[in-house]
Design a binder for this molecule. Sequence first.
Ligand code: TYC
Length: 101
Amino acid sequence: MPDTVAKPKTRTKTKVERPRLHKVILVNDDYTPREFVVTVLKGEFRMTDDQAYKVMLTAHQRGVCVVAVFTRDVAETKATRATDAGRAKGYPLLFTTEPEE
Ligand code: TYC
């Protein structure tokens, strides 16, 4: 039996990458009523009346507005549900997603 025990000289560094977050983006259109956009934002994204109104107005004025960021699955599910809520009423309301840089 050797009286010295060699310690391993290399260390394994486990690199855990955080999942990339995805933005949900609200897109403006000329037909969906403002109040309906606010209702959808409150229902699907748990926003207050104030927050939802500001996001709706930004999209209305600038064309698009980032609503929130989530993991990819959650972002896509929420964007689809919110878009479907508009479609169910015959509105062209659109929510898209894109990865954060
Ligand atoms: N532009 C719409 C209107 O004037 C309101 C609206 C705002 C629609 C934001 C979509 O993402 C939107 N009735």
